[in-house]
Each structure stands twice: as structure tokens, then as C-alpha cells.
Design a protein around this ligand. Structure first.
Ligand SMILES: [Zn+2]
Length: 454
């Protein structure tokens, strides 16, 4: 503990002194994150952690340091609106791991892979999360992805899948509501402590779980909107997605994989234009099966070995077995539904569901999710906007999400152009948070060391 405190103080000093002076980054291709054409050989100035000038040609302030990024591409750091942080520890998984140190570890992993803000959805206990957030905003921790969270709601014994359910039970992290009155009272309490959004689970897990009733979620959405709060809704069937969008849910989580969407739903999407966190790629562990070092570098050898040894496919759990018998049919439905959701106006945002079960590393899933979108029809530029500008807009992070004057200098320097191939977002040269270079090498060394001890 003493050692951690020292490390924190030392890092914080280094960061603040570095960030004060103006730095000019020039020569790189700049992808702004807003969907506009990239600026070739552009430049930008960073001072006090913020971008103060950006463009094709800019006037450098006197005495500024210059960083030559010729041949590189710069994009805004990503923003992930949907993870389940705190339970994973790579040697064990569960409520006992939910400590500030472990939250910080997950957020550093997110930063390592280029994510500047990470939102834990539904599974983070209220008091501990508020506390952590205050401490992080007060600068008590070393640099990491910025932590956000939203509380989750389900009927008693409902909500997340059984693995996450068991872990969250121990912390009483899920808010259980049975009636419209309970739902409204709880939302008012959340509004009182400054909560800006909540998550609801509307899912009976193929008849094995109690499902939130329309009476309850209608009341919850209505009460949330009265307090200016947004509602994220987990729903996986066509009927349930239709019902929650109709009821006014602001953010959809998951895509319908078992049924083709109908005209009634597409018309509803056109009218409501909800945000949409697809979280499609979590179950695809093929990167580890294919020995991809981009993913393996953050994974303990024991976890890698376990994934490779797992040949039985199970939803959410990484494995290297043959595809599930229904995989091709499911993929065909996804290929049918995805472009129709987008064409109808669903506003796609980056989310990964990382941490929901053991064996997933934080931060790498973002790159898989973006590549999936492009495979399903988005352009790389659209995928980057959905991973940067749009999640910032959804989360109300006004100073994040794009490369523009007055935004925080949170950006990723890449060795190759992701507009040519979205998989080039994995060619990370460096990551900057608040204008300071994030020490990826130190993290890599720490992971290697931990792995040697294990
Ligand atoms: Zn989730």
C-alpha cells in the first residue's frame, strides 16, 4: 500500500509538470473523429492538457516543444460506454476482486489500448463507484482511462447472466425493483446523488429469469426522463427491443440475433433514433486462438492457455473450439439486421461488455468491435466516429471525443492508417491522455513481471 501511494505521487508530479508547456505535434495524418476528411500532414498544439490549435498549418507558440509525427496517423482516444469493471483478476474472478486497485488496473488496461473513458454499466456498486470517481477526478490515481458508471435495475433475482449475477449479489450492486412505485422512488434517489443514466435488464433468459414488466420499465423511463437521466436497456429479442424503444429507452444494448427485424420496428427506430451499443464481439476469442500478439500482450499465460484448452463453446466465455452449430445462421441474421438498424437511424456507440465473465482483457475488445462494424457495412471513418465523438456526446463528455480546439488532448498515435484498414487501429505507437504520454511500456513490464510470479 505504501509503495502504491509513492508510485501515485511520483507519477502525478511527472504528469503535471510535463503537461504545462506547449507541445506542437506535426506531420501526421489527423482523423478528427467527427467524420470529416482526414487532414494530411496536419499539426496541433497541446497546452495544459488541451488542444489549443489544430489544422493544416498552424502558428506554433514561442518556446513550444516539437514532436515530429511524420508518417503516423492520429485519432481521438476511444470512449467505451459498456463494460463490467472490477471483477476480473486473471487468477480469480468475483466480488472479492472489486477494489480500487483492481478498478485502476482495468482502467489502465483500457488506456493501454487507447480508450480515454470507460463506463461500467449496471454492475458497479453505487457508493464505492462514487468514491472512486471522486478520487480519480481529484487526481489521486496515476493516469488511466476515466471511470464512469451507471446503476443497474432488475426484478429480484433477475438481470445479468448467472456468473455476473452471483458476483454482483455479493456487493448488492443491482438495484432490485418489483413495482412502479419502487422504481420511481429509486430513480429519484439516484438523481439526488447526481446519477445521469441507468441501465435496465429486460430479459427472461429463455424463461429462466423473472423479467422486468412493462409497468415497471415504463415508470422507470418516465421518472428518469423527468430528471434528465437517460436509460440504457438490455434487450435481445425483437419484441423486447421494440417494447423498450417504444417506451422511450435512450440506448439499446445488444443486437437481435435470432430474428430478422420487421418494418414496424424499423419505422420505430426511424422515429426515435436510439443510441445503440452492439457489443457483438465479446464472444469472438479467435484472436487468442490465432496467437495474435496484440491481444496476448495483456493476457496472463495461464488465461491464454485456458482459452486455447477450452473447446466447448459457451455464450460469453472465450474458447477455441469449432463454431457453434447455429453460428452461420446467426451471422446471416446479424448481416441482415445490422445495416437496417443503421439505415433506420440507430446511433451506434462503442461498447464491449468486457469483464462480464472471466477471460476477457480490458481495452482490446474495442478494436474487435470496430472491425466487426466495418465488416458489417460501416466505413472505417463511421466506425471511428462511433468509437469517439458519438459516445462522448452520449455520455455528456463535452471536452472529449474529437480532435478540436478546447478538447482534452486524449489521442492515439498509429503506425498505419485505419481509414485504409480498420484493423490498423491496433498499430498503436503511443497513447496520450490529457496531453501526457501514457506509459504503455511500464504496464507491459508490470504484466510480464506478474506473469513470471504466477
Ligand atoms: Zn453488459
Amino acid at each position: 500500500m505504501k509503495k502504491l501511494a509513492f508510485y501515485i505521487a511520483a507519477t502525478f508530479l511527472a504528469v503535471t509538470s510535463y503537461a504545462q508547456q506547449a507541445v506542437v505535434y506535426d506531420g501526421a495524418r489527423l482523423i478528427l473523429g467527427d467524420g470529416s476528411a482526414a487532414i494530411e500532414s496536419g499539426a496541433f498544439v497541446v497546452q495544459n492538457g488541451h488542444i489549443t490549435a489544430i489544422g493544416r498549418a498552424i502558428a506554433a507558440p514561442a518556446g513550444a516543444t516539437r514532436v515530429n509525427l511524420a508518417g503516423k496517423t492520429v485519432m481521438p482516444a476511444m470512449i467505451n460506454v459498456h463494460v463490467h469493471i472490477g471483477y476480473e483478476k486473471y487468477t480469480s474472478w468475483g466480488a472479492n476482486n472489486y477494489t480500487p486497485e483492481n478498478l485502476l488496473d482495468h482502467l489502465q488496461r483500457e488506456a493501454f489500448y487507447g480508450t480515454a473513458a470507460t463506463q461500467s454499466v449496471g454492475s458497479s456498486p453505487l457508493e464505492a463507484s462514487l468514491h472512486f470517481q471522486r478520487d480519480q477526478q481529484a487526481g489521486k490515481f496515476p493516469p488511466a482511462s476515466r471511470f464512469l458508471f451507471i446503476p443497474g435495475y432488475a426484478p429480484p433475482n433477475g438481470g445479468p447472466d448467472e456468473v455476473l449475477r452471483e458476483a454482483t449479489n455479493a456487493l448488492h450492486a443491482i438495484n432490485e425493483v418489483s413495482t412502479a412505485g419502487e422504481a420511481r422512488a429509486s430513480i429519484r434517489k439516484m438523481a439526488g446523488v447526481g446519477i445521469k443514466a441507468v441501465k435496465i435488464w429486460v430479459d427472461d433468459r429463455r424463461g429462466t429469469y423473472p423479467k422486468m414488466t412493462p409497468e415497471v420499465y415504463n415508470a422507470m423511463i418516465d421518472e428518469a426522463h423527468k430528471h434528465g437521466m437517460l436509460v440504457h436497456a438490455h434487450a435481445t429479442t425483437l419484441a423486447d427491443q421494440k417494447a423498450v424503444v417504444w417506451a422511450g429507452a435512450d440506448v439499446l444494448v445488444h443486437l437481435v440475433q435470432g430474428q430478422k427485424l420487421d418494418d414496424e420496428y424499423l419505422a420505430l427506430l426511424k422515429e426515435k433514433k436510439p443510441y445503440w451499443a452492439t457489443v457483438i464481439s465479446l464472444g469472438d476469442a479467435t484472436a487468442v486462438c490465432e496467437h495474435d500478439p496484440f491481444f496476448e500482450q495483456a493476457m496472463p499465460a495461464t488465461v491464454i492457455a485456458k482459452i486455447r484448452a477450452t473447446t466447448q463453446r459457451r455464450p460469453l466465455a472465450p474458447s477455441c473450439g469449432p463454431p457453434a452449430p447455429n453460428a452461420a445462421a446467426r451471422e446471416a441474421v446479424i448481416q441482415y439486421n445490422f445495416p437496417r438498424m443503421i439505415a433506420a437511424g440507430a446511433r451506434i456507440v462503442l461498447g464491449t461488455d468486457t469483464g462480464i465473465e472471466p477471460g476477457h482483457t480490458f481495452g482490446s475488445g474495442e478494436h474487435v468491435e470496430m472491425a466487426r462494424w466495418v465488416q458489417l457495412g460501416l466505413t472505417p471513418s463511421q466506425a471511428i466516429t462511433a468509437a469517439t465523438q458519438r459516445p462522448a456526446e452520449l455520455l455528456g463528455l463535452k471536452d472529449m471525443g474529437t480532435l478540436a480546439v478546447s478538447k482534452r488532448a486524449d489521442f492515439v498515435v498509429l503506425d498505419a492508417n485505419p481509414l485504409d484498414d480498420i484493423r490498423n487501429t491496433r498499430r498503436i505507437s503511443s497513447v496520450y491522455l490529457d496531453g501526457a504520454k501514457f506509459d504503455r511500456e511500464a504496464l507491459l513490464a508490470r504484466w510480464k513481471k506478474a506473469d513470471a510470479v504466477r
